[in-house]
Design a protein around this ligand. Sequence first.
Ligand code: AHG
Ligand code: MN
Ligand code: MN
Length: 334
Amino acid sequence: MIKHGIMTLQRHIMEQERKFPMATGEFSGLMSDLAVAAKILARSVNKAGLIDVLGFTGDENIFGEEVKKLDILANETIIHALDHSGHLCVMASEESDGLIEIPDYHPVGKYVMLFDPLDGSSNIDVNISIGTIFSIFRRVTPSGKGTLADVLQQGNQQVAAGYVLYGSSTMFVYSTGQGLHGFTYDPSIGEFLLSNEDMKIPEHGPYYSINEGYYHRWSEGMRRYVSYLKEEDPATGRPYSLRYIGSLVADFHRNLLYGGIFLYPTDTLHPKGKLRLLYEANSLAFLVEQAGGLATDGVRRILDIQPEDLGHRVPLIIGSKKDVELAMDFLRES
Ligand code: AHG
Ligand code: MN
Ligand code: MN
């Protein structure tokens, strides 16, 4: 229930920052720039079929994946919306090789931003929800341009995280560690308006989300867990329904609102998991914990994993608290 008339994203960010007496306004400035980038991206995504941004570029990214034109457009849009602002000292992105430095002719600031410019690339050309995921940290180096040390921080050091979901409407969902809040874009006034205040994820079910085509590549424990979810037992709400879009951010968003679990475990093809700690897992882990859920790699809390390099991959099990705890029990026993 919304208690305060129209709450724009802008106003919300300012009110959250005002709770910190030492705040300089720099953080609000950064988030405002991000919101502008989100609006530009929403426009590009919505027009994707009309402008020449569908299909592949012919290149591979640092993870050896084929790059879509919209991946690159989104990457450049975010970089150019933020590099001149004076709020950031360095950025890193799933679609950029190495660190994204702030150019010499722009000032540097105290924040670090990591992002997946477009998550769910395989869904771009078929009009299915995709998203942008971001994490913001405070720098750990004292001054000048940011370095790898600023970027390779544990997720528990995030000062904010969020995502933009380009779905049947565009949503901006974020947290600064004071609850998780969702805003829906109203294109007629060009504003994100508070639509989901202080979101909480249900304690369990009814959905599970996993690429079940890889069943034969999973560990024994993972197979047993998924078989368990399919058993008939109305007392525990089973069988769970399978929902898997293939855009992490969209699968996450649905499970956040309705309850359930998303899993991208290790398998014989992805011995370290597929998803990226810095650009995908950390952000969503921070958000799910704000909503009362959990995120683990099967053993460790995602937010406590020390990133080894920019491309660090992790298995990801994320969602409703009871579901994640039970999945960990099954994996431990295997
Ligand atoms: P990205 O488009 O940023 O490369 O991420 C794709 C990810 C994630 O969004 C999704 O959950 C997963 O890859 C799907 O992988 P599979 O096709 O192997 O299921
Ligand atoms: Mn992704
Ligand atoms: Mn991506």
